[in-house]
Design a protein around this ligand. Structure first.
Ligand SMILES: [Zn+2]
Length: 269
């Protein structure tokens, strides 16, 4: 998992229809980039995850949950954080990717890409884990909008085929596969990470040595467990022990220590 170099592709969002352009402003990103994630490893919304869907079908609206769930210490100094910083960009169902958001993709290895600014901390984290005998494996990093749409439609179809109404199918699909245009994978700051000995995106990963190592160490490199257990009513997403998001070391440390989500952190800024 060593970076093999950085390519100069800038991703520019324009509404729901993301335009992918090079620095020169003309070339389109090839399909192979969209296929960077591995089908065999599953996606957010893999079949193993779907079994948990009933648990989150009754999601509390985020605004309501926030009011009753604020556990952040009032003594923390949040004044040094800039809400508009790229690493703190909040993307979820209520906060789609801003139309003018742009960044440059870099190469993790092979066809796997992410925001070039997080490659160094990612490699540092992978190397630190290696030194402790933990062999992390990145799967499904950056996804383009078409890939996200494909995954979402596939999930919708599954639910519609079981006789659910469109609204029910949409609600359930959006809790296991992020709504296109609202996925952190599209901004290149999120990675699904497993290990060489556990390559399935399921809850059991959280109990493995690698899952535990990530939970206790990722913050040191600026990454947070983005969808923790017990916070489903705030994130709107089921527990995903494999999904890590880069927010920078300072923010990650607070989020880790306070046991909060990015939503709760941002609320304080
Ligand atoms: Zn993910």
């Amino acid at each position: 998992m060593i970076a093999v170099g950085v390519i100069g592709i800038t991703v520019v969002y324009s509404g729901l229809w993301a335009k992918l352009t090079s620095h020169a402003g003309s070339a389109f990103v090839s399909k192979e980039m969209a296929a960077a994630d591995s089908e065999a490893l599953g996606e957010d919304g893999a079949d193993e995850v779907v079994q948990s869907v009933d648990m989150v079908a009754q999601i509390t609206p985020v605004s309501k949950a926030r009011k009753s769930n604020s556990t952040i210490s009032k003594n923390k100094d949040y004044s040094s954080f800039d809400k508009s910083a790229w690493n703190l960009l909040l993307v979820n169902k209520q906060h789609p990717i801003p139309e003018d958001y742009s960044y440059t993709l870099g190469s993790i290895s092979g066809n796997m890409k992410c925001d070039e600014r997080i490659i160094e901390p990612l490699n540092d984290m992978i190397n630190a884990a290696n030194e402790e005998g933990i062999y992390l494996k990145v799967c499904s990093p950056y996804r383009d909008l078409n890939r996200q749409e494909y995954l979402f439609k596939k999930k919708m179809k599954q639910y519609l085929n079981t006789g659910k109404s469109f609204i029910d199918a949409y609600r359930e699909a959006s809790s296991v596969v992020t709504v296109p245009g609202a996925s952190e994978h599209e901004i290149g700051l999120s990675l699904d990470i497993v290990s060489t000995s556990h390559q399935t995106l399921d809850e059991k990963f959280g109990e493995t040595d690698a899952g535990q190592w990530l939970m206790n160490n990722a913050y040191k490199f600026g990454f947070i467990l983005r969808y923790p257990k017990g916070k489903e009513d705030i994130t709107g997403i089921i527990y995903e022990p494999w999904h890590y998001r880069y927010v920078g070391r300072e923010a990650a440390e607070i989020i880790y220590e306070e046991k909060i989500t990015l939503e709760e952190f941002i609320e304080k800024l």
